[in-house]
Design a protein around this ligand. Sequence first.
Ligand code: ZN
Length: 530
Amino acid sequence: MTRQNDNYKSVDVMDLNDRRDLDAKNRRQSTRTRNPRNNNMNRNRRNVNDFYDEGLKAKRGKNLNKEFAIITYSFLILFICLTGYLIYFVQFESEDFINNSYNPRIAHLAETTIRGDIISSDGEVLATTQVDDAGNETRVYPFGNMYAHLVGYSINGMSGIEQEANYNLLRSNSFFLTKLFNETAGKKNHGDTVVSTVDSRIQSAAYNALGGNDGAVIAIEPSTGKVLAMVSKPDYDPGNIAANWDRYISDEDSSVLLNRATQGLYAPGSTFKMVTLMSYMNQNSHYDSFEFDCNGSYDIGDYSMHCYNGKAHGHENLLEAFGNSCNCAFSEIGLGLNINDFGVFSNKLLFNQTLPTKLSNTAKSRFNLNADDADSTIAQTAIGQGETMVSPLHMAMLASAIANDGLLMEPYVIDHTQNDQNKPVKNFKPSAYGQLIDSQMASKMREYMRYVVTDGTGSALNSDAYAAYGKTGTADFSSNVNENHSWFVGFAEDWTGRKIAVAVIMEGVSSGNSYAVPATKQIFDAYFTY
Ligand SMILES: [Zn+2]
């Protein structure tokens, strides 16, 4: 019992102690409550809760801010994209869009504007619009057939510069008071003048050099890509196009409307040896040590390759083989090439693709050779007689790049537009495609192409006024040996550094050095005498 009581007592004592502790705690608590410092602490304690709530709110707010920012930035990016596209459209696309002859805005412009003139770089009027007293307009082409494919026609879907610069010709940048006066008086405004890159003196020389032959000439300034002359025959008079239209489109044989300079595809003949030579240089760093003994024919299995007229060229190095246009040596060169690399390299030289140029409707040159093709096919392809097809424009571009240290400038025919007071409106600047070949190869090609003129098949181009470079070609197209396409591809420069690159093809004549070379001489002579 006592023990129990003791236990009870002790428990009781402990309770009392606890109670005292508790009272003391409560007193301290109440003291703290009265203490303003403790009030702050309590406030602080409340604030923790507040912060927690505010944190939640802030978090929600932050989320909202984030969403708001995302939306804002999305709209900003959209806005920038739209503005960017608008600037791009106005700068680059709008003219193509508006230029479409089916665009109603063009039709409206034609009602309010007298179509502008097209003139050559030296100021000759190539196309103009005459207005009679009754207000009837007639499109007139003072040079008739000479600029047919270059200037083109302005009806039936249009072609040439008439098509490419349709919008520019119908847009008037006359003095605003003149326009205001015209509009008030119900008169039409004068459309802008389109100034071509073509030089009338070179065009005339090229046109006459082709004579009565079908074929094409294209001449390019290598440093800019400016087209200096572009002729295609057979031709037509753009002023009579409406009267002869049905006849032209029904006559599939003559294909008068086809611009052979840009759309014609021909077997390249020996001018292709330029491509084979470059590919050989590309694959063999010791190409200078090439040697060959030509006896006039070269057997490849059952097939026998012959040099032109069966001529035996004897012992040749690579330079002489190129200068002599030796079919036998180039058959051997072709058979030694890695054919896959040959194909890759040809594509780099713009075969099988759209040419980089501002000229419209250009044909793609074709080159296709497989490693498992027959040796005779490989040899024929290497000398330009296989399935390969090229456009004169493409060949002129190759010559132009070689003349310009390998850098190819994109060919173009419109130099600038100007208003009726001859004030410039828009300039079309030269545009570089890039290095077609490296400058070292270009330099080596110039050495080889120069040799063709000084010591080879292009000797008729020797002149005191300039140095000519190039490659002749004769391409079979029928079984009649007297009917060949005659080619010359090359360039010339004078002591001042002025250069002109050309491709000349004359259809159904004879060898390159009998026709295309003398024709090229007329063009070079014209260029360097002015
Ligand atoms: Zn030979």
